[in-house]
Design a protein around this ligand. Structure first.
Ligand SMILES: [Fe+2]
Ligand SMILES: [Fe+2]
Length: 353
Protein backbone atom coordinates (compact mmCIF):
# COMPACT_ATOMS: atom_id res chain seq x y z
CA UNK A 1 0.00 0.00 0.00
CA UNK A 2 2.72 2.43 1.04
CA UNK A 3 4.57 1.51 -2.15
CA UNK A 4 1.47 2.39 -4.20
CA UNK A 5 1.28 5.88 -2.73
CA UNK A 6 5.00 6.34 -3.25
CA UNK A 7 4.59 5.45 -6.94
CA UNK A 8 1.73 7.86 -7.35
CA UNK A 9 3.79 10.68 -5.88
CA UNK A 10 6.69 9.77 -8.11
CA UNK A 11 4.45 9.82 -11.15
CA UNK A 12 3.23 13.27 -10.28
CA UNK A 13 6.80 14.44 -9.93
CA UNK A 14 7.32 13.53 -13.58
CA UNK A 15 5.44 16.70 -14.48
CA UNK A 16 8.21 18.80 -13.02
CA UNK A 17 11.50 19.50 -14.73
CA UNK A 18 14.56 20.14 -12.64
CA UNK A 19 17.88 21.43 -13.94
CA UNK A 20 21.02 21.17 -11.81
CA UNK A 21 24.18 23.17 -12.46
CA UNK A 22 27.44 22.11 -10.81
CA UNK A 23 30.93 22.06 -12.24
CA UNK A 24 31.65 18.81 -10.40
CA UNK A 25 30.43 15.93 -12.55
CA UNK A 26 30.28 13.74 -9.41
CA UNK A 27 27.62 15.93 -7.81
CA UNK A 28 25.56 16.00 -11.03
CA UNK A 29 25.70 12.20 -11.19
CA UNK A 30 24.55 11.74 -7.60
CA UNK A 31 21.76 14.31 -7.99
CA UNK A 32 20.70 12.62 -11.21
CA UNK A 33 20.32 9.21 -9.56
CA UNK A 34 18.63 10.63 -6.50
CA UNK A 35 16.14 12.93 -8.23
CA UNK A 36 15.24 10.50 -11.01
CA UNK A 37 14.51 7.94 -8.31
CA UNK A 38 12.19 10.50 -6.71
CA UNK A 39 10.40 10.73 -10.04
CA UNK A 40 11.56 14.12 -11.32
CA UNK A 41 12.58 14.82 -14.88
CA UNK A 42 16.23 15.71 -14.48
CA UNK A 43 18.79 17.59 -16.57
CA UNK A 44 22.36 18.07 -15.33
CA UNK A 45 24.80 20.64 -16.66
CA UNK A 46 28.44 21.23 -15.62
CA UNK A 47 28.97 24.46 -17.55
CA UNK A 48 27.15 27.43 -16.00
CA UNK A 49 27.10 29.38 -19.29
CA UNK A 50 25.44 26.45 -21.02
CA UNK A 51 22.88 26.34 -18.21
CA UNK A 52 21.80 29.93 -18.91
CA UNK A 53 21.37 29.07 -22.60
CA UNK A 54 19.36 25.96 -21.76
CA UNK A 55 16.96 27.91 -19.54
CA UNK A 56 16.50 30.38 -22.39
CA UNK A 57 15.38 27.62 -24.77
CA UNK A 58 13.64 25.08 -22.55
CA UNK A 59 11.11 25.22 -19.77
CA UNK A 60 12.28 24.18 -16.31
CA UNK A 61 10.35 24.45 -13.07
CA UNK A 62 13.22 24.43 -10.67
CA UNK A 63 16.98 24.95 -10.71
CA UNK A 64 19.54 23.59 -8.28
CA UNK A 65 22.62 25.72 -8.54
CA UNK A 66 26.16 25.42 -7.23
CA UNK A 67 27.59 28.67 -5.88
CA UNK A 68 31.34 28.50 -6.48
CA UNK A 69 31.91 27.58 -10.14
CA UNK A 70 34.08 28.54 -13.10
CA UNK A 71 33.93 30.56 -15.29
CA UNK A 72 31.03 32.29 -13.53
CA UNK A 73 29.68 31.94 -10.01
CA UNK A 74 26.16 30.94 -9.15
CA UNK A 75 25.03 34.47 -8.31
CA UNK A 76 26.11 35.65 -11.76
CA UNK A 77 24.15 32.77 -13.35
CA UNK A 78 21.03 33.86 -11.46
CA UNK A 79 21.57 37.47 -12.40
CA UNK A 80 21.66 36.56 -16.09
CA UNK A 81 18.63 34.27 -15.85
CA UNK A 82 16.55 36.85 -13.97
CA UNK A 83 16.96 39.22 -16.88
CA UNK A 84 14.63 37.07 -18.99
CA UNK A 85 13.01 34.68 -16.52
CA UNK A 86 11.54 35.78 -13.21
CA UNK A 87 9.58 32.62 -12.58
CA UNK A 88 12.21 29.89 -12.33
CA UNK A 89 12.41 28.59 -8.78
CA UNK A 90 16.07 28.56 -7.78
CA UNK A 91 17.80 26.69 -4.94
CA UNK A 92 21.42 27.41 -4.24
CA UNK A 93 23.87 24.73 -3.10
CA UNK A 94 26.82 25.99 -1.10
CA UNK A 95 30.09 24.29 -0.25
CA UNK A 96 30.89 25.73 3.15
CA UNK A 97 28.83 27.98 5.33
CA UNK A 98 31.31 30.85 5.14
CA UNK A 99 31.34 30.70 1.36
CA UNK A 100 27.60 31.27 1.12
CA UNK A 101 26.63 34.55 -0.57
CA UNK A 102 25.27 37.21 1.77
CA UNK A 103 21.56 37.07 2.52
CA UNK A 104 21.13 40.40 0.79
CA UNK A 105 22.36 38.90 -2.52
CA UNK A 106 20.03 35.93 -2.12
CA UNK A 107 17.07 38.24 -1.66
CA UNK A 108 18.04 40.63 -4.42
CA UNK A 109 18.37 37.85 -6.98
CA UNK A 110 15.17 36.22 -5.88
CA UNK A 111 16.73 32.90 -4.91
CA UNK A 112 14.12 30.88 -3.09
CA UNK A 113 16.37 28.86 -0.80
CA UNK A 114 19.80 27.45 -0.19
CA UNK A 115 21.39 24.52 1.57
CA UNK A 116 24.81 23.13 2.23
CA UNK A 117 26.15 20.34 0.10
CA UNK A 118 26.31 17.02 1.86
CA UNK A 119 26.39 13.35 0.98
CA UNK A 120 22.83 12.99 2.09
CA UNK A 121 20.23 14.84 0.10
CA UNK A 122 17.46 14.83 2.71
CA UNK A 123 17.51 18.56 3.33
CA UNK A 124 17.69 19.31 -0.38
CA UNK A 125 14.76 17.01 -1.07
CA UNK A 126 12.63 18.85 1.51
CA UNK A 127 13.54 22.15 -0.11
CA UNK A 128 12.62 20.76 -3.53
CA UNK A 129 9.30 19.44 -2.26
CA UNK A 130 8.28 22.77 -0.76
CA UNK A 131 9.53 24.43 -3.93
CA UNK A 132 7.24 22.25 -6.04
CA UNK A 133 4.31 23.15 -3.79
CA UNK A 134 4.98 26.83 -4.38
CA UNK A 135 5.23 26.23 -8.11
CA UNK A 136 1.85 24.46 -8.11
CA UNK A 137 0.31 27.43 -6.25
CA UNK A 138 1.94 29.90 -8.57
CA UNK A 139 0.69 28.09 -11.68
CA UNK A 140 -2.81 27.97 -10.26
CA UNK A 141 -2.80 31.69 -9.51
CA UNK A 142 -1.45 32.37 -12.99
CA UNK A 143 -4.21 30.26 -14.54
CA UNK A 144 -6.95 32.05 -12.60
CA UNK A 145 -5.40 35.39 -13.45
CA UNK A 146 -5.32 34.55 -17.17
CA UNK A 147 -8.90 33.37 -17.02
CA UNK A 148 -10.00 36.60 -15.32
CA UNK A 149 -8.11 38.64 -17.85
CA UNK A 150 -9.79 36.81 -20.73
CA UNK A 151 -13.23 37.35 -19.21
CA UNK A 152 -12.38 40.98 -18.66
CA UNK A 153 -11.20 41.45 -22.24
CA UNK A 154 -14.38 39.84 -23.53
CA UNK A 155 -16.57 42.04 -21.34
CA UNK A 156 -14.71 45.14 -22.37
CA UNK A 157 -15.08 44.18 -26.04
CA UNK A 158 -18.82 43.50 -25.66
CA UNK A 159 -19.18 46.81 -23.84
CA UNK A 160 -17.45 48.80 -26.58
CA UNK A 161 -19.45 46.98 -29.23
CA UNK A 162 -22.77 47.79 -27.60
CA UNK A 163 -21.73 51.44 -27.33
CA UNK A 164 -20.92 51.53 -31.04
CA UNK A 165 -24.24 49.90 -31.94
CA UNK A 166 -26.11 52.43 -29.86
CA UNK A 167 -24.23 55.28 -31.45
CA UNK A 168 -25.12 54.06 -34.93
CA UNK A 169 -28.74 54.06 -33.88
CA UNK A 170 -28.56 57.69 -32.81
CA UNK A 171 -26.64 58.75 -35.92
CA UNK A 172 -29.15 57.10 -38.21
CA UNK A 173 -31.79 59.32 -36.71
CA UNK A 174 -29.96 62.59 -36.81
CA UNK A 175 -26.66 63.07 -38.62
CA UNK A 176 -26.11 66.42 -36.92
CA UNK A 177 -25.98 64.66 -33.55
CA UNK A 178 -22.90 62.62 -34.43
CA UNK A 179 -20.41 65.42 -34.87
CA UNK A 180 -22.13 67.32 -32.09
CA UNK A 181 -21.88 64.47 -29.57
CA UNK A 182 -18.24 63.77 -30.43
CA UNK A 183 -17.36 67.42 -29.92
CA UNK A 184 -19.36 67.83 -26.71
CA UNK A 185 -17.64 64.72 -25.42
CA UNK A 186 -14.17 66.05 -26.28
CA UNK A 187 -14.85 69.58 -24.97
CA UNK A 188 -16.07 68.15 -21.67
CA UNK A 189 -12.96 66.01 -21.30
CA UNK A 190 -10.86 69.09 -22.09
CA UNK A 191 -12.59 71.12 -19.36
CA UNK A 192 -12.23 68.14 -17.00
CA UNK A 193 -8.51 68.01 -17.68
CA UNK A 194 -8.10 71.73 -17.03
CA UNK A 195 -9.92 71.18 -13.74
CA UNK A 196 -7.54 68.33 -12.91
CA UNK A 197 -10.34 65.78 -12.52
CA UNK A 198 -9.42 62.12 -11.96
CA UNK A 199 -9.32 59.65 -14.87
CA UNK A 200 -12.61 58.10 -13.82
CA UNK A 201 -14.49 61.39 -14.15
CA UNK A 202 -12.86 62.06 -17.51
CA UNK A 203 -14.16 58.70 -18.72
CA UNK A 204 -17.66 59.53 -17.49
CA UNK A 205 -17.50 62.93 -19.19
CA UNK A 206 -16.35 61.30 -22.41
CA UNK A 207 -19.13 58.72 -22.49
CA UNK A 208 -21.71 61.15 -21.14
CA UNK A 209 -20.92 63.58 -23.96
CA UNK A 210 -21.29 60.85 -26.57
CA UNK A 211 -24.74 59.93 -25.30
CA UNK A 212 -26.10 63.15 -23.83
CA UNK A 213 -28.66 63.55 -26.63
CA UNK A 214 -29.50 59.86 -27.08
CA UNK A 215 -33.07 60.65 -25.95
CA UNK A 216 -33.63 62.41 -29.26
CA UNK A 217 -34.35 58.92 -30.60
CA UNK A 218 -37.70 59.35 -28.90
CA UNK A 219 -38.50 62.72 -30.50
CA UNK A 220 -40.42 62.60 -33.82
CA UNK A 221 -38.36 63.35 -36.95
CA UNK A 222 -40.88 65.98 -38.04
CA UNK A 223 -39.91 68.06 -35.00
CA UNK A 224 -36.25 67.16 -34.75
CA UNK A 225 -35.43 67.98 -38.35
CA UNK A 226 -37.72 70.98 -38.71
CA UNK A 227 -35.83 74.05 -39.88
CA UNK A 228 -38.57 76.58 -39.23
CA UNK A 229 -39.54 77.91 -35.80
CA UNK A 230 -40.94 75.32 -33.40
CA UNK A 231 -44.38 75.73 -31.82
CA UNK A 232 -44.62 75.63 -28.03
CA UNK A 233 -45.91 72.07 -28.15
CA UNK A 234 -43.08 70.97 -30.40
CA UNK A 235 -40.57 72.63 -28.14
CA UNK A 236 -41.98 70.73 -25.14
CA UNK A 237 -41.52 67.49 -27.07
CA UNK A 238 -37.85 68.31 -27.62
CA UNK A 239 -37.51 69.11 -23.94
CA UNK A 240 -38.37 65.52 -23.17
CA UNK A 241 -35.12 64.21 -24.64
CA UNK A 242 -33.04 64.30 -21.42
CA UNK A 243 -35.62 62.21 -19.53
CA UNK A 244 -36.12 59.84 -22.45
CA UNK A 245 -32.33 59.41 -22.67
CA UNK A 246 -31.97 58.69 -18.97
CA UNK A 247 -34.78 56.17 -19.24
CA UNK A 248 -33.21 54.39 -22.24
CA UNK A 249 -29.87 54.08 -20.46
CA UNK A 250 -31.31 53.08 -17.10
CA UNK A 251 -31.68 49.47 -18.22
CA UNK A 252 -27.90 48.99 -18.49
CA UNK A 253 -25.75 49.18 -15.36
CA UNK A 254 -22.69 50.12 -17.41
CA UNK A 255 -24.31 53.48 -18.14
CA UNK A 256 -25.20 54.18 -14.54
CA UNK A 257 -22.53 56.88 -14.12
CA UNK A 258 -23.50 58.89 -17.18
CA UNK A 259 -27.22 59.09 -16.47
CA UNK A 260 -26.91 62.31 -14.39
CA UNK A 261 -25.19 63.95 -17.37
CA UNK A 262 -27.83 62.74 -19.82
CA UNK A 263 -30.70 63.75 -17.60
CA UNK A 264 -29.45 67.13 -16.43
CA UNK A 265 -27.42 68.66 -19.26
CA UNK A 266 -30.19 71.23 -19.88
CA UNK A 267 -30.57 72.39 -16.29
CA UNK A 268 -29.63 76.02 -15.68
CA UNK A 269 -27.59 77.28 -12.74
CA UNK A 270 -30.43 79.68 -11.79
CA UNK A 271 -32.94 76.81 -11.64
CA UNK A 272 -34.82 77.71 -14.82
CA UNK A 273 -33.66 74.79 -16.92
CA UNK A 274 -35.23 71.41 -17.57
CA UNK A 275 -36.32 68.71 -16.85
CA UNK A 276 -35.99 69.04 -13.03
CA UNK A 277 -35.39 72.79 -12.52
CA UNK A 278 -32.38 71.93 -10.35
CA UNK A 279 -30.48 74.94 -9.05
CA UNK A 280 -26.75 75.61 -8.42
CA UNK A 281 -24.84 72.80 -6.74
CA UNK A 282 -27.93 70.59 -6.88
CA UNK A 283 -27.14 70.04 -10.57
CA UNK A 284 -24.68 67.13 -10.85
CA UNK A 285 -21.17 68.50 -11.32
CA UNK A 286 -20.35 66.62 -14.52
CA UNK A 287 -23.71 67.68 -16.00
CA UNK A 288 -22.77 71.33 -15.33
CA UNK A 289 -19.58 70.78 -17.32
CA UNK A 290 -21.45 69.09 -20.16
CA UNK A 291 -23.98 71.96 -20.25
CA UNK A 292 -21.13 74.35 -21.05
CA UNK A 293 -19.70 72.11 -23.80
CA UNK A 294 -23.16 71.54 -25.24
CA UNK A 295 -23.99 75.24 -25.46
CA UNK A 296 -20.57 76.09 -26.81
CA UNK A 297 -21.00 73.58 -29.62
CA UNK A 298 -24.48 74.87 -30.40
CA UNK A 299 -23.11 78.43 -30.64
CA UNK A 300 -20.19 77.46 -32.84
CA UNK A 301 -22.06 75.12 -35.21
CA UNK A 302 -23.57 76.38 -38.40
CA UNK A 303 -27.35 76.05 -38.38
CA UNK A 304 -29.78 76.33 -41.24
CA UNK A 305 -30.98 79.67 -39.82
CA UNK A 306 -27.58 81.18 -38.92
CA UNK A 307 -23.81 80.92 -39.30
CA UNK A 308 -21.58 79.90 -36.42
CA UNK A 309 -20.93 82.76 -34.00
CA UNK A 310 -17.53 84.49 -33.93
CA UNK A 311 -15.29 83.77 -30.94
CA UNK A 312 -15.72 87.23 -29.40
CA UNK A 313 -19.49 86.90 -29.41
CA UNK A 314 -19.18 83.44 -27.83
CA UNK A 315 -16.93 84.82 -25.09
CA UNK A 316 -19.41 87.67 -24.43
CA UNK A 317 -22.24 85.16 -24.31
CA UNK A 318 -20.47 83.06 -21.64
CA UNK A 319 -19.62 86.19 -19.63
CA UNK A 320 -23.30 87.19 -19.77
CA UNK A 321 -24.61 83.77 -18.77
CA UNK A 322 -22.08 83.18 -15.97
CA UNK A 323 -24.08 82.43 -12.84
CA UNK A 324 -27.45 82.43 -14.63
CA UNK A 325 -27.27 79.66 -17.18
CA UNK A 326 -23.84 78.27 -16.23
CA UNK A 327 -21.90 77.48 -13.07
CA UNK A 328 -19.76 80.64 -12.56
CA UNK A 329 -16.56 78.84 -11.51
CA UNK A 330 -16.73 76.37 -14.37
CA UNK A 331 -17.48 79.22 -16.76
CA UNK A 332 -14.30 80.97 -15.66
CA UNK A 333 -12.29 77.83 -16.38
CA UNK A 334 -13.90 77.54 -19.79
CA UNK A 335 -13.35 81.24 -20.55
CA UNK A 336 -9.69 80.74 -19.71
CA UNK A 337 -9.55 77.88 -22.22
CA UNK A 338 -11.25 80.03 -24.86
CA UNK A 339 -8.93 82.98 -24.28
CA UNK A 340 -5.62 81.25 -23.62
CA UNK A 341 -5.83 77.69 -24.97
CA UNK A 342 -7.98 78.06 -28.03
CA UNK A 343 -5.65 75.81 -30.04
CA UNK A 344 -6.97 72.88 -27.95
CA UNK A 345 -10.56 73.73 -28.94
CA UNK A 346 -9.51 74.15 -32.55
CA UNK A 347 -7.91 70.71 -32.61
CA UNK A 348 -11.20 69.15 -31.46
CA UNK A 349 -13.21 71.07 -34.09
CA UNK A 350 -10.80 69.91 -36.78
CA UNK A 351 -11.01 66.30 -35.64
CA UNK A 352 -14.82 66.16 -35.54
CA UNK A 353 -15.84 68.44 -38.40
FE1 LIG B 1 -29.58 68.02 -25.37
FE1 LIG C 1 -26.67 68.48 -27.21
Amino acid sequence: MRKGIQNLENNENKNYKIIAVDDEQGIIDSLSIFLKRSGYEFTGVTDPTEAVEKVKKEHFDLMILDFIMTPIHGDKVVEEIREFNKELYILLLTGHKDLAPPLETIRRLDIQGYCEKSDKFDQLLLLIESGIKSIVQMNEIKRINDELKNTNDMLEKAYLESIETLRYTVEAKDTYTKGHSDRVSAYSVLIGKHLGLPEEDLKTLELGGLFHDIGKIGVPDSILLKDTKLTNDEYSEIKNHPSIGAHILSSATIFKDIIPIVKHHHERYDGHGYPSQLKGDKIPYLARITAISDSFDAMTSRRTYRDSLPLNTVIDEFEDCKGTQFDPELTDVFLDILRNHFDEIKAIREKFK
